[in-house]
Design a protein around this ligand. Structure first.
Ligand SMILES: [Zn+2]
Length: 162
């Protein structure tokens, strides 16, 4: 989702998937993206940034992005279908092992390719599964999680409040 409407907040609910928030530097146009392995490998984040860029007439290189807490490469074991999708959609991305997937690493790789400068990318590299005191991990909690999730949301700033 992307918006420039100052009356609304947009956000994503997650419980291991990667939440991504983005904004123009002035904060007048924002986006919120939910990146599990399917969305992340298919490039939902760079696609979303292109939408922000187009609608706000701001170059992608001037957007800021924050990758939120997600299940980390320490805990995110994946099957071969995940890496098949990554290879098809993001062929240049590699890791030391394909037994796991590093969602932060994959999306950071895509953002750099899309032209977002490294200094515009923030990461809260906390693993949701390793921190049950802070987060509800789907993999860590299973059915005990119920519908509990983490919400990350963002709202456009007023033009005069940079
Ligand atoms: Zn972990």
């Amino acid at each position: 989702m992307v918006t420039g409407d100052k009356e609304v907040e947009i956000g994503v609910w997650t419980a291991d998937c990667l939440p991504v928030l983005s904004s123009t530097k002035s904060g007048t146009f924002v986006g919120a993206f939910h990146a599990g392995w399917r969305g992340a490998s298919a490039g939902i984040v760079p696609s979303g940034l292109k939408k922000i860029s187009g609608e706000s007439r701001t170059p992608v290189s001037e957007l800021v992005v924050v990758l939120g807490p997600a299940i980390g490469p320490c805990c995110y074991e994946v099957g071969p279908e995940v890496w098949e999708a990554v290879r098809v959609n993001t062929p240049g991305y590699t890791q030391l092992t394909e037994r796991t997937l590093d969602l932060w690493g994959l999306v950071t790789h895509q953002l750099l390719l899309a032209g977002v400068p490294n200094e515009n990318i923030g990461r809260i590299s906390l693993c949701t599964r390793c921190h049950p005191d802070l987060f509800y991990s789907h993999r860590g909690w299973g059915k005990q999680r119920g519908k509990r999730s983490m919400l990350n949301y963002i709202r456009p700033a007023n033009d005069d409040r940079h």
